[in-house]
Design a protein around this ligand. Sequence first.
Ligand SMILES: C[S@@+](CC[C@H](N)C(=O)[O-])C[C@H]1O[C@@H](n2cnc3c(N)ncnc32)[C@H](O)[C@@H]1O
Length: 289
Amino acid sequence: MKSLQADILHGDCLNVLRRFPDEKFDLVVTSPPYADRRTNTYGGIKPERYVEWFLPRAGEFKRVLKKTGSFVLNIKEKVESGERHTYVLDLILALREQGWLWTEEYVWHKRNCHPGKWPNRFRDAWERCLHFTREHHFKMNQEAVMVPMGDWKEKRLRSLGKNDIIRFNSQVGSGFGKNIANWKDRDLAFPSNVLHFATECGNKKHSAAFPKALPEWFIKLFTDPGDWVLDPFAGSGTTCVVAQELGRNSVGIDKIEEYIELARREVIENPISMFEKPSKYNGRSKKTL
Ligand SMILES: C[S@@+](CC[C@H](N)C(=O)[O-])C[C@H]1O[C@@H](n2cnc3c(N)ncnc32)[C@H](O)[C@@H]1O
C-alpha cells in the first residue's frame, strides 16, 4: 500500500510553490491573512494592495491545481471607516480575469460567535468560503457531505400537494425543477451552501486557526482518499491534520517559522487520532511520514 505524505514547508508560498509541478493538487483550501493596516501582524497587507499581492500567488495555485480541482478561499472583508471594504469583491473579479470560474460561495456561519453591541451593525457571524474552479466539470463527491433530513421532513412531507408529486419546474424560468415526493423515504439530504461550524478557541497557539470542521467538509466534498490537498497559508496546520486524518496527502506552507514548528508537531508527530477513529480513514493503514 502506498504511504501518505504530509509536508509542512517554510517560506512565502509564491516561491515555495515554484518547486512543484503543474497540476499536482486536487484541492487548495486555505485562509490567507486578511487585509490589515497593522504592519506587525503576519499579513500586514493593506486593503488597497491586497489584490495586487494575492494575484501572483493565485496564479501559482492555478498552475499546481488539476483541471478537475477546486480552490476554496476562506476570507472576509473588514470594516473600515464605518463601511465594509470592497477588496474581497475586487479580488473575486480579478480572479475571474485570471481565468478562475467563481463556481460557488459557501457561507461559514460561526455558531458560537460572541455577543456584542455596535452602533451601526450587528455582530459579524459569518465568513465567505469562495469556491473557484478551473473548469465547469470538477470532482465533487456530493454524497460524502449529506446531512440528516431534519425535523422539517415530518411536517412538509406529511401531506403532499399536486405540485409535489410531479417534477415541478421553477416558475421564475431558471430551468430548475423539483419533485418533493422523491425525498419521502430518505433519511439524508444534500446540504445547503450555509455551513454551521463553531469556531475553535483554546488549545492552538495560532490566533486565526479555522475549525477542523471547515477543511474537513471541503476535503470530503472535493477529494478522494489518496488525493493531494494544499494549504498555502497553513498556519497551525489544521488543513494538513485533517487531510492526514482523512487519508489524503497534503502540503502546508507558512512564512513564519514558529507556525511551521507548531504545524509539524500537529501533523507529523501527533497522528494519534488515526488510531482512535479507524473508520474515518477509508480502510487505509497508518502511513509512514
Ligand atoms: C489566517 S492564518 C491561517 C490559519 C490556518 N488556517 C490555521 O488553521 O491555523 C494565515 C497564515 O498565512 C501565513 N502567511 C502570510 N503570508 C504568507 C505567505 N506569503 N506565504 C505563506 N504563508 C503566509 C501567516 O503566517 C498565517 O499563519
